[in-house]
Design a protein around this ligand. Sequence first.
Ligand code: PLP
Length: 369
Amino acid sequence: MTAHDRATGILTVDLDAIAANWRFLAARAPGAEAAGVVKADGYGLGAIPVAKTLAAAGCKTFFVATIDEGIALRPHLGAARIFILGGPLPGTGADFTEHGLVPVLNSPDQVGLWSGFARSHGTPLPAALHLDTGMSRLGLDAHAVGLLAADKRHLDGIDTVLVMSHMACADEPGHAKNAEQLTAFNTLSAQLAVNAPRSLAASSTIFLGSGYLFDLIRPGAALYGLNPVPGQPNPLRPVVRLSGRILQVRDVDTPQTVGYGATHRFASKGRVATVAFGYADGLFRSLGNRGFGVIGGVKVPVVGRISMDLTTFDVSAAPADAVHPGAMIELIGPGHDADQLAEEAGTIGYEVLTSLGRRYLRDYVGGAA
Ligand SMILES: *Cc1c(COP(=O)(O)O)cnc(C)c1O
């Protein structure tokens, strides 16, 4: 029996679609460099195959969140730039230089750390400066920018290769905060007056207009096929399919119930398929009695609670010959994408992808894996 035939859950990742999405986004920002954000294991899809695919498509700059994510990627990326969004922690300077990683400096403390390390290192060291234009999360605020601008010695030893900021509401094009952050970014970066490329746009920001694109775009979610323009048709190619194997099909009738807590009671005769994935595979418990899958071209509802390894679907409406032990129910695919599943779970596609479990057979299509 092949691994495919016995797999209980199959996650298919279309690497060619990821490359096509990167090219599409790059083409929307013709004057800018297109980077690739591959933090959180490439949004759950596999940082190494994704990054290699993007590099083969021409991507030369990558962003991850942690130092260890950068160390793991370095051997696969040749001389490409790898930025660490979380920046340096005390004592980690040598980890950056040894693995060719570039920190994003998010606070006066991190600027001080990096400047001190660079001065003891003896040669200027590259870094990005992150300006806070309204997230109040990471980044140098207006006060900190003022101090740096007033005394450039704070930046001694730092070769500033990027000045960046991050948007809070870019998925809501009509939100007043978008223009406010754009203005703040222009003002603060002019005040800082370091001669470096600038970057403001993650996925949704790319669709706010050319004024937001600057010199480098940083898409993540859109590369993986999530919709950067909620409420409008998704302009990206779908990347992910997820399906689970049916272990058992049973006929049910009133007053039977299904699953823990007996939360679903059958009102009439029907059929239930029990599928071999559950919350241990990243299916949110909030999908219980709320989510949908697709089999034989028909949308079928999750009934009862999600359990650790099993999920039950009411397949009464599906073609009888499609539903049998060994057949697959698709949870994410063209007929029901990760954004839809997320909405049913009460979350966002980002959380669906980054929660995907480790038990799936992972099938990479195309690309440079
Ligand atoms: C995660 C992240 C991105 C990518 O955001 P998407 O919405 O996934 O495109 C870009 N910039 C920063 C600073 C991030 O943290």
